[in-house]
Design a protein around this ligand. Structure first.
Ligand SMILES: Cc1cc2nc3c(=O)[nH]c(=O)nc-3n(C[C@H](O)[C@H](O)[C@H](O)COP(=O)(O)OP(=O)(O)OC[C@H]3O[C@@H](n4cnc5c(N)ncnc54)[C@H](O)[C@@H]3O)c2cc1C
Length: 339
């Protein structure tokens, strides 16, 4: 059976979280398909990186190490993936729906004429019966993602072309190292074989990366505000509570669109996916596009004036009231109880 291959991305010299998340999912899918899980790492000075990949149950690690491959540029990375996939013929190819993954994914799938589903929120294995031809396809990759503005959840399959390719956004899948670590096989690629001089037609002369000021993705506590917060001034209440309890401030798209806070704080289908220990949703109604980014939170507290707000259905605790009165009380009593 052909294997599953995850393109592992480097972020400032470290393997990106999304790659570990994909390997964790890939491990499960490989178990179901009874095939091997492969990782492909492209860059420079990669010695020792394979150990981190084996921690996620990777059976085979392909390493393409050359100083011309770091920092990332489109053409050489595309060529290595395309040529390796032509050789190894994986049945499934996965990458993060990051800036790099969004650049690479369509190029690779177009070169291999394979098709690709972007921004999947779930990946499963299943069969498909083609009613017209009575043909049954076994063990396909179900590429699941919201469609039509988030109003439906679509399951997309790719029965005739391989590899079945998908990108998945950061934070959507769980990062789960395996408990039974075992050293897999490492294959160092002879990069010359996979590259052409034309791959280096674009040269990086200067590189300037603006560091993101806001990073809510890894915060264990998020106090998130919606349109019901009412103003940028009222958002200060959320910042006060968040700094008191050691959290970050998130927001719904309606709050961002209204200019109450920065876009980098947006949680949801077109924002960041988070799974904190505690998510306090203040004045957020809980539309499906918002829930898509936070429903895996461990504990959800909803503060809302509407007792029937959809978010209350998934909340562990509901505080029925206006944020202008509830939040100052939360701040006051938290301070009193932690003196
Ligand atoms: C393609 C697409 C992608 C989208 N992506 C995202 C996304 O990534 N993230 C996202 O969030 N949305 C997204 N949306 C928008 C989404 O559909 C909703 O419009 C949005 O989530 C609503 O935000 P909200 O809950 O803050 O506002 P509303 O739906 O207006 O809800 C406001 C809530 O505040 C409550 N409220 C009002 N006043 C108070 C008060 N004083 N105190 C307490 N509660 C109060 C109300 O009862 C209500 O429940 C997307 C939509 C589309 C079509």
């Amino acid at each position: 059976m052909n294997n599953i291959c995850v393109y592992c991305e480097l972020d400032e010299g470290k393997i990106a979280d999304v790659s570990f998340e994909l390997l964790s999912k890939g491990r499960k899918l490989a178990g179901q398909l009874d095939c091997k899980l492969e990782a492909l790492l492209i860059g420079h000075n990669l010695s020792g990186f394979e150990k981190q990949l084996f921690q996620y149950g990777t059976d085979i690690v392909y390493i393409a190490d050359d100083k011309r491959l770091s920092p990332y540029t489109t053409f050489p990375h595309t060529s290595i993936i395309v040529n390796l996939f032509r050789e190894t013929k994986p049945q499934i190819g996965l990458m993060g729906a990051t800036t790099i993954g969004r650049d690479l994914g369509p190029r690779v799938s177009s070169a291999l004429a394979s098709g690709l589903t972007a921004d999947c929120t779930e990946l499963e294995i299943g069969d498909h019966e083609e009613k017209k031809s009575n043909k049954i396809y076994k063990n396909l990759l179900y590429q699941i993602r919201p469609a039509f503005g988030g109003n439906i959840i679509a399951t997309i399959i790719n029965p005739e072309h391989k590899p079945q390719m998908a990108t998945v956004r950061e934070g959507v899948m769980k990062k789960e190292p395996v408990t039974d670590y075992r050293e897999g096989k490492m294959i160092i690629l002879d990069v010359k074989k996979y590259l052409d001089d034309t791959d280096f037609a674009v040269k990086i002369i200067d590189r300037h990366i603006e560091k993101s000021r806001i990073n809510i993705k890894n915060s264990p506590v998020i106090v998130s505000g919606g349109y019901g917060v009412g103003s940028a001034d009222n958002f200060n209440l959320l910042f006060d509570l968040a700094s008191l309890i050691g959290g970050e401030v998130g927001a719904s798209r309606a709050a961002v669109d209204a200019g109450f806070t920065d876009r980098a704080r947006q949680v949801g289908q077109t924002g960041v996916t988070v799974r904190p220990k505690l998510y306090i949703a203040c004045g957020i109604s809980g539309q499906i596009q918002h829930l898509a980014g936070m429903q895996e939170s461990k504990i959800i507290i909803s503060v809302n004036t509407d007792p029937n707000a959809p978010i209350n259905k998934i909340a562990n605790y509901v505080i029925h009231g206006r944020i202008e009165t509830v939040l100052p009380k939360m701040i006051k009593y938290y301070k009193a109880n932690t003196k």
